[in-house]
Ligand binder design. Structure first.
Ligand SMILES: O=C(O)CCC(=O)CC(=O)O
Length: 257
């Protein structure tokens, strides 16, 4: 394991994979799935966004476009000409923005409970609720509880909130809500033939199977869907072995080495 550039890089494999985290995540916040990765077949680079993880205090811009540009700069630093991208939730929007900017470099996309390229619609009440999360730990906890189907232990919810508070700047967290919910760029990716795996969680109320079918599977002709049973919005914590198995089976299938 080593730290290079703006990323936490593990593995020596010839298949290169950039990992882009979600709103509550950070480069080292991918949970127990990390210990199950095949580090002989793959090299994984886990990137922090501006204002997150070891980039806390960096300042913005806190936008999906900036995440994508930082991801491409990281790939350049690592000497990765072509690579796959895995994005969780907000990271699902960012991996598609990378595709929009540099399709020739992208071998495959894996979206884990991912935000679509159309953004996420909110009613005023929902927007007020999610907006409160930046300043209020209890709201962060309530969102994670809601998006995992209100069925998981409070010990895990509390740990997720602590991790989110410790590893993100409040101003970045606040601004990224606008970024993931309101960045819409379907016209830039619609019809791209890149192989895509979409992983939905059975208990994810907003970004679950129905949303993935209505968005990702309509946008990409070569997209396939896997639904993780016994998972909500965080399969990397809830069903880590099943998630890694599905993800690496797909990537082995579509990435030439
Ligand atoms: O819309 C939802 O269900 C939650 C999305 C979210 O929290 C964003 C993220 O986890 O990156």
């Amino acid at each position: 394991m080593n730290i290079r550039h703006d990323a936490h890089v593990i593995g020596q494999g010839r298949r290169k994979v950039l990992m882009l985290h979600g709103w509550f995540g950070h480069a080292r916040g991918w949970g127990p799935m990390v210990q199950h990765l095949d580090t002989d077949a793959f090299s994984y680079a886990f990137m922090d966004y501006r204002g997150y993880g070891h980039r806390k205090g960096s300042g913005g811009p806190y936008t999906i476009a900036q995440i994508a540009h930082d991801a491409l700069a990281l790939a350049d630093q690592l000497g990765w000409e072509r690579f796959a991208l895995v994005g969780h939730s907000m990271g699902g929007s960012a991996i598609q923005y990378v595709l929009a900017e540099a399709a020739q470099r992208v071998q495959a996309l894996v979206g884990i409970t991912p935000v679509p390229a159309s953004g996420v619609p909110f009613d005023p009440e929902g927007w007020a609720f999610f907006s409160a999360a930046a300043q209020d730990a209890a709201t962060r906890r309530a969102i994670i509880d809601l998006t995992t189907g209100r069925r998981l232990t409070g010990t895990w919810l509390d740990a997720m909130v602590r991790s989110s508070l410790a590893h993100s700047d409040v101003e970045a967290f606040a601004a990224y809500l606008n970024a993931w919910a309101k960045t819409a760029f379907v016209e830039r990716i619609q019809g791209q033939t890149v192989p895509v795996l979409v992983v939905a969680g059975e208990h994810d109320p907003a970004l679950g199977e129905a949303t993935c079918r209505a968005t990702w599977l309509q946008h990409y002709p070569n997209a396939r869907l896997e639904v993780m049973t016994n998972a909500g919005h965080y399969p990397m914590d809830e069903t880590p072995i099943a998630l890694v198995t599905a993800m690496e089976r797909f990537l082995r299938d579509v990435m030439s080495v």
